[in-house]
Design a protein around this ligand. Structure first.
Ligand SMILES: [Zn+2]
Length: 150
């Protein structure tokens, strides 16, 4: 018996047994619970679902070539599939991306806004007023004559 799975307006038809005998997921749980239902509809990105559908068809989960790993991770969460089942070829790419994200977040902590810099100057120096004026001149180069001269 076939089921129609409509994702993002696109219908995917496949044999119910492929899902029932496939890996655990939200889709499998729904199909097992709703035995009389033959159409399931989800308002999710269809491009990511193709990889998930292939996971049922082949037993292998790959990260779509043009997918943002974070967006794909969101889809995996929605479909209740762990990223740990990603095939090794794509797991490395996925984990490297997450590691890069973690490094970027740590690195971005070193950057502070100009307002925060100004506030730090005002609080940390006995010459805070002078420093903050110099800072304003340097930061607002388009708006004053002194900055243009600087
Ligand atoms: Zn792969």
């Amino acid at each position: 018996m076939n089921v129609d799975i409509i994702v993002g307006g696109t219908k995917f038809t496949l044999n119910r047994d492929i899902i029932v005998n496939g890996p655990d997921s939200k889709l499998k749980r729904l199909i097992l619970c709703e035995k009389d239902v033959s159409v399931f509809s989800f308002d999710r990105p269809k491009s990511h679902f193709k990889a998930i559908l292939a996971y049922y068809q082949t037993g292998r989960l790959h990260l779509p070539t043009n997918a943002c790993p974070v967006a794909f991770q969101d889809e995996l969460k929605f479909w209740e599939i762990s990223h740990t089942v990603l095939e090794k070829c794509c797991r490395i790419r996925f984990l490297n991306f997450l590691l890069d994200q973690k490094h970027f977040e740590g690195f971005s902590k070193f950057f502070i806004s100009p307002e925060e810099k100004l506030d730090i100057l005002r609080r940390s120096s006995c010459h805070g007023k002078v420093l903050s004026k110099i800072w304003n001149i340097v930061e607002n180069q388009d708006s004053n004559v002194l900055a243009k001269a600087f």
